[in-house]
Design a protein around this ligand. Structure first.
Ligand SMILES: Nc1nc2c(ncn2[C@@H]2O[C@H](COP(=O)(O)OP(=O)(O)OP(=O)(O)O)[C@@H](O)[C@H]2O)c(=O)[nH]1
Length: 350
């Protein structure tokens, strides 16, 4: 019967549930890694936090039969920090009531902009949650291709690296052995205590989830660029983070040709220039039955992969754009401009 336990199971059911924080900058490879782990582990519950107000990542983990909660529309380390407590409570109650499988570990995938210490604080400050959950580790994914530049450009990357109990270096398959060794040394200098695991093609052992680490405190004084007051702009579309990272989302009901989408993406890249940090989405293309998945990490060439099926009945194209720009309205302006361009392109005879 759901919710009933024999004595041995009871003690197990009452033991605090380990929580792993999976963090790493935008596009570093968190969801890819998570998907690989889901192929091996069915005892997880996932909380996925997205900066944009349209969630894409939860669709990319839908093959797995585990509880998935999406927290979209802002970063849970600042803008929607309060909702993490209620999400964890609901998850615990659902598990106790037998409404979801009796997961043994919760994995929180943060947005790429999150400050891990601010997320950890949620659990540490809530006595009810503290009895029922225990922090296991902070796993930070660092992109071996863009990592060095990202460390220089994005203060969040330094925060995430220094907060890590374990570091996973993604995309090692795309750089030389020497470049990888240099990068590993750089990371060692920034966080000597964190063991490093090198992931190839988005794969790292799922056993990383089971390694427990003592809780560490933030080292103060290192993060002055981050200490600025939160930019709580009240734009209807932009999800403000602690910094000047803003997102906007676009929905598009009609279908277009692949060539038109490509032309429009190229236009978006040239207009946004260096401010473009991340684009991801599902696009409706006339020649395809399923959506075209757009994975675009700023500064790189967009990866466009056809998927066989739409994740659900919603077959609108949707795209999330994340930029680093002082104006919170900027990504929305970009997308509005882009939508006009798409409309014009769609009306132009080939
Ligand atoms: N070659 C290679 N590509 C990778 C690897 N890990 C991730 N990628 C690619 O990197 C892109 C971004 O990966 P995601 O897993 O979506 O990154 P993310 O950190 O979840 O992104 P956000 O949710 O936007 O923060 C995708 O195109 C992945 O296929 C890897 O180890 N090797």
């Amino acid at each position: 019967m759901p919710g009933r336990h024999c004595p041995g199971q009871w003690a197990e059911a009452m033991a605090p549930i380990p929580v792993v924080l999976l963090t790493g900058f935008l596009g570093s490879g968190k969801t890819t890694l998570l998907n690989h782990w889901l192929g091996e582990r069915q005892d997880l519950a996932l909380i996925i936090n997205e900066l944009g107000d349209i969630g894409i990542d939860q669709h990319l983990t839908q093959g797995a039969d585990v509880p998935v909660t999406l927290m979209a529309g802002g970063c849970l380390c600042c803008v929607i920090q309060g909702s993490l407590s209620s999400t964890l409570r609901n998850l615990y109650m659902a598990r106790q009531g037998g409404d979801v499988p009796a997961f043994s570990t919760v994995v929180i995938e943060t947005t790429g902009a999150a400050d891990p210490f601010n997320v950890l604080a949620v659990l540490e400050q809530d006595p009810w949650l503290k009895k029922r959950f225990v922090w296991q580790s902070v796993i930070t994914v660092v992109d071996a291709v863009t990592g060095s530049e990202a460390l220089a450009r994005h203060p969040e990357v330094l925060e995430q690296v220094t907060a890590a109990d374990q570091l996973v270096i993604s995309k090692s398959d795309r750089i030389s052995a020497q470049a990888l060794a240099d990068f590993q040394q750089r990371l060692q200098g920034l966080n000597a205590g964190a063991p490093q695991t090198v992931a190839e093609h988005g794969r790292a052992p799922a056993s990383l989830l089971d390694r427990a680490f003592p809780r560490r405190c933030r080292v103060t004084g290192m993060f002055s660029p981050v200490a600025a007051p939160p930019a709580l702009a009240t734009s209807a579309v932009a999800a403000p983070s602690r910094h000047d990272l803003y997102s906007a989302s676009l929905r598009w009901p009609g279908q277009l040709s692949w060539a038109l989408w490509q032309a429009a993406l190229a236009q978006l890249a040239s207009e946004c220039g260096e401010t473009l940090v991340r684009v991801k989405g599902l696009l409706k293309v006339d020649a395809l039955d399923g959506p075209l998945l757009v994975q675009w990490v700023g500064g790189e060439t967009p990866a466009l992969s056809p998927l066989t099926l739409w994740p659900d009945a919603d077959t609108d194209s949707r795209l999330v754009l994340i930029t680093r720009h002082p104006d919170p309205a900027y990504p929305q302006q970009m997308l509005a401009h882009w939508q006009t361009l798409l409309t014009l392109l769609a009306q132009t005879p080939p």
